[in-house]
Design a protein around this ligand. Sequence first.
Ligand code: ATP
Ligand code: MG
Length: 316
Amino acid sequence: MLAPEMFGPTITAGEILVEIMATSVGNGFLEPQPLIGPFPSGAPAIFVDQVAKLGGACGIIAAVGQDDFGHLNINRLQRDGVDVSAIAVLPDMPTGSAFVRYRDDRTRDFIFNIARSASGRTEMTDAARTLILKAGHVHVMGSALAIPALADILFEAIDVVKAKGGSVSLDPNVRKELMSEETEHRLRKVLAVTDLLLPSGEELFFASGIPQEEKAVEALLLSGISEIVIKRGRDGSDYHSHDSGHLSGPAFAVDEIDPTGAGDTFGATYLTCRRFGYPPAVAMRYANAAGARNVTKRGPMEGTSTFAELDAFIDS
Ligand code: ATP
Ligand code: MG
């Protein structure tokens, strides 16, 4: 069961970074080329920005450097209504960054500077504890679990929030570049207390250890997860629960400009709608719209949406 909005804000902890992207399609960064950015980014930051745009109470525990990359992120999140009180500004570390270039086959090459940036130095602070004490829901991004200190913060938040009857969601968000044995172990620990799982692609099989979709879903629901929403890019999404069975959510047809952030805005929209008390079918429709609208904008956080924007998009 997902804790309703009145139970307290949705919080997350994780990496904040800027994204700088190649403007041409091709393989990696072995030669000079035109780039565009910096854009505010980081899966947990995109997620929480989308919650705020929908009017959901939310906050993030994170760290940035005392530099323009950090300021631009804090300014954006604050403008959109995120509680930024638990974002530490570290004087001696740079803000995280990611360079991304799309290949012909729509896969992406990344160069990450996260673990050795301010994000990698995120610590539990008084401000973070204050935010955790208010929270009603914890969202975990698998990417944040790659950083040990962030994982510890997330586990503490989960313990506190679960103990008072709050809920947990997990987007495994497994990037092959960032996965290790320890990260996998932490993911499994979060899975054991997850109420809402938001996998995409292979992540469902990874989470369940079962290579067949129907059986994987059944096993995960039996393990105590109450809702599973599978993200399928341009093919939309599928919802499964013991209560409401299966619902399929058709995608909205759009011209994809930049796929980064679709999964994060989708998950944030689904969760926020459910916490506001919307039924799964309505939450799915808004989430599919949020993901589709996001990919029409260049920059991972540039396509986060308000309800008014989603309604206009759905009606168009
Ligand atoms: P990410 O690469 O950001 O981690 P993801 O794999 O978690 O992405 P996707 O499945 O790519 O998530 O996208 C989430 C949702 O956004 C999809 O289920 C769909 O509703 C919507 N979406 C994504 N891409 C498109 C597209 N090209 N056209 C229409 N809708 C899309
Ligand atoms: Mg994802």
